[in-house]
Design a protein around this ligand. Structure first.
Ligand SMILES: [Zn+2]
Length: 89
């Protein structure tokens, strides 16, 4: 598995409106910070630090349920990223 751990039974399928990346995440929310062009908010950031701009550019397209479905999507997406042959159909 590339995006999520083995045995994941549910994850979110996201597409970033900024860079167009598609990815899976264990976190399921309407929008997420893009792992490719966005920066994860630093949880240790102090209250004095500036709050980052809204970087939640990745929108939830679909919730993937079922271990096999998750594995299938993970494989498809990771092949796309790593340049392997893949086909949506
Ligand atoms: Zn992005």
């Amino acid at each position: 598995m590339y995006y999520v751990p083995d045995g994941t039974r549910m994850c979110g399928f996201y597409e970033c409106s900024e860079c167009g990346s598609r990815f899976l995440s264990l976190r399921i929310a309407p929008v997420l910070t893009c792992p490719f062009c966005g920066e994860e908010p630093d949880m240790e950031i102090g209250p004095d630090e500036a709050v980052p701009e809204n970087v939640e550019t990745a929108r939830l397209l679909q919730v993937i349920e079922g271990e096999e479905e998750v594995e299938k999507m993970d494989k498809l997406l990771s092949l796309a990223v790593t340049g392997g042959d893949w086909d949506w159909f």
